[in-house]
Design a protein around this ligand. Structure first.
Ligand SMILES: *Cc1c(COP(=O)(O)O)cnc(C)c1O
Length: 388
């Protein structure tokens, strides 16, 4: 089998749209162009029926009731709606929010925003593996805590958090629990009611669906979660997210959810075996490697490594046909050393010598073997030209 270059191992940033998802979406770009809010004709009815089907598929995947799913433009918007919406609906003097220092920027930035509105926010430092424990959360709760937000799976190091335990601690105190599950969806079992979650952010383009569509699970009973909307308009999505629905994108998200439900478990097993193979192969070819994240509680497609004496940007410049992410450009909009790796105790130099590999649905063994050899070649070259 011949290897096709370039090789994409950056599945945490985004994923290719599954061809089956694309085929499901196609008619909604053309003949089925109706507005799902048009109630007076068949074009609108068809669009609405398609949205309903997608909503049911996504709800079934996460164990929710369809009316608990609010479609958004992505996990960024879902995080904003969950955090700003839940906190503002519970506004009180010195109201308090707990989160972790290694959340995605789409959680940290709304929390900063809340601080400017008078909320107090605690940013928990995780342990050396990136875990935020339920006991750490419990210790941070006060009489004034209204919301806890801790991600299910980290997008840089793949670490999985004990969200069921954190949810239990919150529930005992009557505090809402939100989790950013953009990386967890389809990779680990995610049953919102079994886990006791109140608010869950999801994104289509991390599960081989289209970019620009996401969802927020909003628990409807025990408790019924109230949110202040952040977008106002026509009152779509039960008033929580106004704006004409992206019917095509939502159809794609639904199709992606159906595939994940049928194949997610087998895919996670296959991908984690490839990830382990990549790690072994890198270990045998590159001196001084160390791994970031949790050795066991880890996203199946994630491998984050620190390579001493080999700045990631130099390695990536040398290995042009390999698409991975460096520990300094994780949000790509700005090139600062990763706040995640720094919070784990890595130095700035170590963070900048770290590479994130993200494997997924279409990753092959040939690609993994080539990638390991290519990184080894690039590291040797970078090290050879560094002054000693
Ligand atoms: C990708 C990602 C987001 C942002 O999702 P979008 O749908 O791109 O807005 C948020 N949180 C995590 C953990 C992610 O991996």
């Amino acid at each position: 089998m011949s290897l096709k270059l370039p090789v994409y191992l950056d599945y945490h940033a985004t994923t290719p749209v599954d061809p089956r998802v694309f085929e499901a979406m196609r008619p909604y770009f053309s003949e089925h162009f109706g507005n799902a809010a048009s109630t007076s004709h068949v074009f609108g009815w068809r669009a609405e029926a398609a949205v309903t089907k997608a909503r049911e598929a996504l709800a079934a995947l996460v164990g929710a009731n369809p009316r608990e799913i609010v479609f958004t433009s992505g996990a960024t918007e879902s995080n904003n709606l969950a955090i700003l919406g839940a906190a503002r609906a519970r506004h009180a003097p010195h109201a308090h929010v707990v989160t972790s220092a290694i959340e995605h920027r789409a959680v940290l930035d709304p929390c900063r925003r809340l601080e400017s509105e008078g909320f107090a926010v605690t940013y928990l430092t995780p342990d050396a593996h990136g875990v935020t424990s339920a006991s750490a959360v419990a210790d941070a709760l006060t009489e004034r805590t209204v919301l806890v937000s801790v991600m299910a799976a980290n997008n840089e190091i793949g670490t999985l958090n004990p969200v069921a335990e954190i949810a239990r601690v919150c529930k005992e105190r009557g505090i809402l629990f939100h989790t950013d599950a953009a990386q967890a969806l389809g990779k680990i079992p995610l049953d919102v009611h079994a886990l006791g979650l109140d608010l869950v952010s999801l994104s289509a383009h991390k599960v081989c669906g289209p970019k620009g569509v996401g969802a927020l699970f909003v628990r409807a009973v025990n408790p019924r979660v109230r949110l202040d909307p952040i977008v106002f308009g026509g009152g779509h999505e039960r008033g929580l997210r106004s704006g004409t629905l992206d019917v095509t994108g939502i159809v794609g998200f639904g199709a992606a959810a159906e595939i994940v439900r049928a194949e997610g478990e087998a895919e996670a097993r296959r991908v984690s075996a490839l990830r382990d193979r990549l790690w072994e192969r890198l270990l045998s070819r590159v001196d001084g490697l160390s791994r970031n994240g949790h050795p066991a509680a880890c996203h199946p497609g994630n491998l984050n490594v620190t390579i001493p004496d080999a700045p990631a940007d130099a390695v990536m410049a040398e290995a042009r046909d390999l698409a991975v992410s460096s520990g300094s450009a994780c949000t790509s909009a700005e090139a600062a050393p990763s706040h995640v790796l720094l919070a784990l105790g890595r130095t700035r130099v170590e963070a900048e010598a770290s590479i994130r590999f993200g494997l997924g649905r279409f990753t092959t063994q040939e690609e993994v073997d080539w990638a390991a050899d290519e990184v080894a070649r690039a590291v040797a070259k970078v090290r050879a030209r560094r002054p000693r």
